[in-house]
Design a protein around this ligand. Structure first.
Ligand SMILES: *Cc1c(COP(=O)(O)O)cnc(C)c1O
Length: 384
């Protein structure tokens, strides 16, 4: 069905294609100069010292948790309204997530509830910038002050957003920020992700773990065969992974990064039109954008005042080819986590109410006015 409208879609121009082809024809398909170029450009855009690019956003979260020291016996605070990867990264390290309920308006982790959930075994907090709206990192930072807790911002939704006048990823409040460049997010490398940090030691550890735990700097050598060894020599210092990203992907990343501001502008125009078209509706709650924030508008979540009608409204939109979605099924109620933690419906009321009422309307830079009018027309029909 060609007239389907997806909830999100990437934007690829001829110059993106040319960059990727250029990488493909170069001597390096991976481990080459385009990875470094993308990392430098991303770090500059985000006003941060280091960007470590990896194969996807989930690997970025996994590595961030590892270098934060998260391990068996530890607990990590995670919001329940997120993609499962935010919690799974904690499990990869052998630790347990503790789900902290969300603010009713943003769907982001509630800093006061996070403060109340802190115990001595909490090693890290993963704060998710839901829909592109940055989490209240300053308040979460205040909550964890004086504790041995690492603050990780999952910015998979918010690449290009701003918090308190500075770009998402600057790590003014977070110790590390992770990103995803999946095609549905605000810029893409097909698959891809990154960890951003101002901490030199974290950056070195992230680079090592991205590549099998291998160390190449001779100043760091400690092994019994280091003495007198030649240029072939390297050492494995930790059990790392192959979480590398390719030069073709990073070529696309460099090209997409140049257009990030124009993507955001187009997303904001879509948001402004939705706000205008839906302004008079009393049966819908439109997404908030707080004063100290600029959302990157990965998603445009509306919530029905009468959540009991969500299923019917959703089905009506889908039947008309409007490929709406729901973000997210609360992670604490996914069967894997029910088995692990034993939480029941009703245990995180804000998250569950948010989920019950939510529908994500189509939003992406190329969404036309005509398409948006069709979305709103079908939505109004569904609500009638
Ligand atoms: C997309 C996403 C991820 C994972 O990113 P991938 O690149 O798909 O691995 C993590 N967290 C959130 C909130 C996401 O939306």
């Amino acid at each position: 069905m060609s007239d389907r409208i997806p909830y999100g879609r990437q934007w690829i121009d001829d110059d993106d294609v040319a960059e990727v082809v250029g990488a493909l024809r170069s001597p390096f398909l991976t481990q080459g100069p385009r990875v470094v170029e993308f990392e430098s450009a991303l770090a500059a855009r985000c006003e941060v010292a280091h960007a470590v690019a990896v194969c996807n956003g989930t690997a970025a979260l996994h590595l961030a948790c590892l270098v934060a020291g998260v391990g068996v016996g530890d607990t990590v605070l995670v919001p329940p309204i997120t993609f499962v990867a935010s919690a799974n990264a904690v499990r990869y390290c052998g630790a347990m997530p503790r789900f902290v309920d969300v603010e009713p308006d943003t769907g982001n982790m509630d800093p006061l509830l996070a403060a109340a959930a802190l115990t001595d075994d909490v090693r890290a907090v993963v704060a998710v910038d839901m829909n592109g709206h940055p989490a209240d990192l300053a308040a979460i930072r205040t909550a964890v002050r004086g504790r041995d807790v690492v603050l990780i911002e999952d910015a998979a939704h918010s690449v290009g957003g701003e918090y308190r006048g500075r770009p998402v990823g600057c790590c003014e409040y977070a110790d590390m920020t992770t990103m995803s460049f999946h095609p549905v997010k605000t810029m893409t490398t097909a698959e891809g992700g990154a960890v951003l940090t101002n901490d030199d030691d974290y950056a070195a550890a992230l680079r090592r773990l991205r590549e099998h735990g291998i160390e190449r700097a001779s100043s760091s050598f400690t092994g019994p065969l280091a003495e007198g060894a030649g240029a072939w020599y390297h050492e494995m210092h930790a059990l790392g992974y192959n979480f590398r990203i390719t030069d073709m992907q990073c070529a696309l990343g460099v090209s997409q990064l140049r257009k990030l501001d124009s993507f955001l502008e187009k997303r904001r125009a879509v948001v402004a039109r939705y706000r205008e078209m839906l302004a008079d509706r009393t049966d819908l709650i439109l997404p908030t954008e707080r004063e100290d924030v600029r959302s990157a508008w990965h998603l445009f979540p509306v919530r029905l005042v009468d959540a009991s009608r969500r299923r019917a409204v959703f089905d009506h939109l889908r039947d008309a080819g409007i490929m709406v979605n729901v973000h997210y099924i609360p992670v604490h109620l996914q069967p894997y986590y029910v088995e692990l933690l034993g939480m029941e419906p009703g245990s995180l009321p804000n998250a569950e109410a948010y989920y019950a009422a939510e529908i994500s309307l189509p939003i992406f830079p190329a969404l036309t006015v005509a398409e948006q009018e069709r979305v709103v027309g079908v939505l109004e029909e569904a609500l009638a």
